[in-house]
Design a protein around this ligand. Structure first.
Ligand SMILES: [Zn+2]
Length: 312
């Protein structure tokens, strides 16, 4: 009998489930003029929420776009603007420590241009991907070099926090609705604030799991499930419930704040593009280039090794 330790599905930060859910829920926070366009495309927007994680198997420079190791800057101020940060630390150092807050700016600029051009397929693709990076920036362990507890003997905590627990509670118990999309006048400040919050929370994410781990014996920490003849080992429901209680709503809150941020960034891009009329826009057949890109992502993700940091 094969026993597999499944901490979460292969290579999806925030987990496939949560990324999908964030993009899906964000659609309902949009103003009516935008919902009319996004809702018929909600399956596409949700399904492609994980493309950036798949791209980490295809493109080496993709990895750094998903995180920033704030602890590596301890005591040193990070200039908010990319050009100033480059002057202070160099491009290589920034890339080594992760660039998520700046990459979100790039995505926002691209998405704004796509709205201006009324380029339907690109709007949808970039909306889905912008949602991904925003989601990642809300995860505390995406702002720590101890991103999977590997430095403190807590291997697996990454997927535990952002996949296993949302999968257990998000559908049945959590309320992810968070008012309406809001125009963000300073996206750079907004995203840095969220990154700072993630960074401040990362200590408790690790510390509480350590405390819980000391109290619970390993036969109660993990549970085993038979899935089509393969025994799957995962964090037990009891362990998840205890940790989620200790987190005092943090995971639900970060998920909810992700949804709000995603809807607000989509809305902000649309406003900055001059609020183009989306009424008569409908998704076109995929271009040959898009078709090729999607199938290549799929193949590389399934068959190749991750390039760069893993959160499995
Ligand atoms: Zn990611």
């Amino acid at each position: 009998m094969v026993v597999l330790m499944v901490l979460h599905a292969k290579g999806f930060c925030w987990g496939f489930f949560a990324h999908r859910m964030i993009n899906y829920q964000a659609v309902f926070l949009l103003p009516p003029e935008m919902i009319a366009f996004y809702k018929p495309n909600i399956d596409f927007i949700s399904a492609h929420a994980v493309d950036p994680d798949k791209r980490r198997y295809a493109v080496a420079e993709e990895g750094a776009r998903h995180y920033i190791d704030m602890d590596r800057y301890a005591g040193t101020e990070i200039p908010r603007a990319w050009s100033k940060a480059v002057q202070k630390f160099s491009v290589d150092t920034l890339k080594m420590r992760g660039i998520v807050p700046w990459w979100i700016q790039v995505m926002l600029t691209r998405l704004t241009k796509a709205f201006r051009d009324k380029d339907v397929n690109t709007i949808l693709k970039l909306s889905a991907e912008t949602g991904h990076y925003l989601g990642d920036a809300h995860v505390p362990l995406h702002t720590s070099s101890n991103h999977n507890g590997q430095l403190t003997n807590q291997h697996g905590i990454h997927g535990f926090w952002e996949s296993r627990i949302p999968e257990l509670y998000a559908d049945s118990e959590w309320d992810l609705f968070n008012g309406k999309a809001t125009y963000i006048s300073s996206p750079l400040q907004f995203i840095w604030k969220r990154v700072e919050e993630s960074s401040r929370a990362s200590d408790s994410v690790l510390k509480f799991e350590k405390m819980l781990n000391e109290k619970v014996t390993s036969d109660r920490k993990y549970s085993f499930e038979n899935r089509n003849g393969v025994i799957i080992k995962q964090y037990s429901a009891e362990y998840c419930a205890a940790y989620n209680r200790m987190m005092n709503g943090m995971i639900e809150r970060r998920l909810r704040e992700s949804v709000f941020a995603v809807a607000s960034f989509w809305y902000t891009a649309w406003v900055n593009a001059g609020q183009p009329d989306l009424k008569n826009l409908s998704r076109k057949e995929l271009s040959e280039q898009d078709r090729q890109e999607f199938s290549e992502l799929e193949v590389k993700w399934k068959n190749e090794k991750l390039k760069g940091r893993s959160c499995d």
